[in-house]
Design a protein around this ligand. Structure first.
Ligand SMILES: Cc1cc2nc3c(=O)[nH]c(=O)nc-3n(C[C@H](O)[C@H](O)[C@H](O)COP(=O)(O)O)c2cc1C
Length: 206
């Protein structure tokens, strides 16, 4: 009789605990977002901080923010999403940002395997004038990402988040910081969905 009670207790316990064990094994993987930027006078750095802030609002997301020259191979390859920020220099991205992208090959050897393939990519920019190269700067960054078979996304604007910093502008305003947060949120959302999708695919679930 005592044995039967023990058996019943065991069954009840496994019914109660079973789903908990199952869900912890199935808990979503952590999405790693790398935000890398160049900035001399601090504007693009402020936008980078806002992008990171937005990404951190998405559950199961880890974010690292780096000056562009200090990104390590480990950080680059561990990232599920890479968001690059540049000031506009002569209507395009800063040389430092282009050099970093070239280093994807020279330093990190991404080709011919396309080692950044299927990572999510996005861009943000700050420029002194309203219409003097911010969109081209973001598009140039996105073009390099597409060339690496990355999955590019926008957010906060048609090509990414941007801010005007000089001339009649009083500097980066709350709306522009909001667009940067929106970009960060969207990047983390999409990167999480992509990561979970590929994980299911690997397990043979379609
Ligand atoms: C060499 C140089 C070239 C620039 N060219 C442009 C330009 O073509 N268009 C523009 O809107 N701003 C231009 N700017 C202004 C910067 O893009 C702007 O001040 C930016 O916000 C600086 O970013 P930072 O504070 O992160 O360094 C230029 C600045 C420098 C130093």
């Amino acid at each position: 009789m005592v044995q039967m009670w023990r058996l019943l207790l065991l069954c009840a316990t496994s019914i109660l605990i079973g789903p908990t064990i199952g869900s912890s094994a199935d808990s979503p993987p952590i999405t790693q977002v790398l935000v890398a930027y160049h900035s001399l006078s601090g504007n693009t750095e402020r936008m980078a901080a806002a992008v990171a802030e937005g990404a951190r609002t998405v559950p199961h997301t880890e974010v690292i923010v780096r000056r562009i020259g200090s990104v390590t191979a480990e950080e680059l390859f561990a990232a599920d999403a890479i968001v690059l920020g540049s000031p506009v220099y002569w209507s395009n991205m800063a040389g430092e940002v282009k050099a970093f992208i070239d280093d994807w090959q020279f330093k990190f050897g991404v080709f011919p395997e396309f080692k950044l393939k299927n990572k999510v990519g996005a861009a943000f920019a700050t420029g002194g004038q309203i219409s003097s190269g911010k969109e081209l700067t973001m598009l140039s960054i996105l073009a390099a990402m597409l060339g690496n078979y990355m999955i590019t996304v926008s957010g906060g604007g048609a090509f990414g988040a941007s801010a005007t910093t000089e001339g009649n502008s009083p500097g980066i305003d709350e709306q522009e910081l909001g667009s940067a947060r929106e970009l960060g949120r969207r990047v983390a959302d999409v990167a999480g969905a992509v990561k979970r999708g590929f994980a299911l695919q690997e397990r043979g679930v379609r």
